[in-house]
Design a protein. Sequence first.
Length: 513
Amino acid sequence: MMRDRAVVTRGRPLLVGVVLVVVVTTAGTAAGGADAATQPGDAVIEDDGVYFVGQVLFTDVFDADDGVVLRTAEGEFVSDVVPGEDGGVLLRTERFGAGDYRLVADDGTEIAFQVEEQFYTVEADADTVLDGGGGSETRLSLSVESNRAGYRTVVTAAGLSTSQLRSVFDDAGAVTSDVDDDGASEVVLPDGRPERTLSADFRGVPPGQYAITFSVLDTPARSTVPVEVRLFPDGEATLTVEGSPTRIQQASGRQIRGTSTLPDGTRLRIVVENASERPFRVTERAVVQNGVFRTAVDLSDVPVGQRFTITVEQGPVVRDRVEGVVVRRAGVSATATATRETVTVDSAVLPDGGFATVSTVQGERLGVSESLPPGETEGVTVELAEPLPPGDRELVVRLRRDDGDGALDVDDEPYRLQGAPIGRVVSVTVGATPTRTTTTTTVATTRTTSTTTEATTTAGTTTTTSGTAEGAGSSGFGLGVALLGIGVVVALVLALLGAGRDGAASEGDDGEE
């Protein structure tokens, strides 16, 4: 049976047998302490070393006249190997593939090693980049995975020059080198690792579709990533928010607004989402008009206290992103009390703080509260500019935001629900102002005796009399008796006259019948 043979001299191999179609160079990095400038091949064969299919392996441990055989670890014959004049041996691993092998000389010298297939993948986090400056996204993040370390990768892309590729992968540590000795430089990524993240910046790259190919220098391993570069309008879209995190009420129709330098008619996507243990996602559309954009979202089913992220997107471009939290919706309790000078509401909820105002149902403002903190406030008292008249009346309590100056002014917008200002009509009863009663006491310097006569009711008339006399004597008593006697006589006369009139009236009535 004819066996493949390899006649080898140091650095200049002559192969007889099957040759795989693959580009291999003998300019490798130093391994096993050999000098990279003089060492042929890609790696020095060491006992128990691990190598990869496609590499050219070198050793000079044998003598020129040694009979050397390549066998599998189990002893199966693979090929004869003929050392060069200086004993050097080059092995092209592409000829025998992956497996465990031994180089065995007839003098007993033996080297055991392993050859593996290198796997190598590169994946991008997106397939499109937008080059337009400003808020455009020109960067890609590339994830590299392999079962090998210490390799070099050549980056190529049809339509891009070496200098352009070098700029794209500058942050990844790219260098230029003529690795294939063709007189032209290639872009090389050194320091290959089993896991690595590369950053690529396509700023300034002309629009077009590109296939970025990553080829491991000494093995057939390669990976290609398609990338499309689009021109994108320069500009910004910024959310208008207060505080961090911004607070949005647990209700429908919550307004999200912002400003933009993008052209009128630019379509934006507003995404409110949370990827925690209770995830949710709300997506709405907005259009830039006159430098502003706005949309409304429904957070009525999202729990109070839930945190979220608001993102403004234009295609794959993220224009702005802020953090937020769901808070109780603004509102006023249904009950209130009033005096002529004040109106007190049982409670009010102002998610961002601000003021409570009291007005007539016709819209006349009567008073404003002090600055209230964010959240719920109990017992909100509003002092009125003018006293209320007594009686039952309806008043309107509304809530206003604070622009930060601690005073209510025209810049303090009302709290709104679905576009309408939030308020409540409350019914109150205003009592009359109490009348002050003054009691005067006179202290006599002489001894006095006071007599009070109780009121007497006669023939439906209430008469209250009271009197006070000073001193004592029988003359007062006699006058009283005389008056009493006269009163009795008068009473008898009136009684007799009344009886006569009653009798006459009775007789007249009987005659009419």
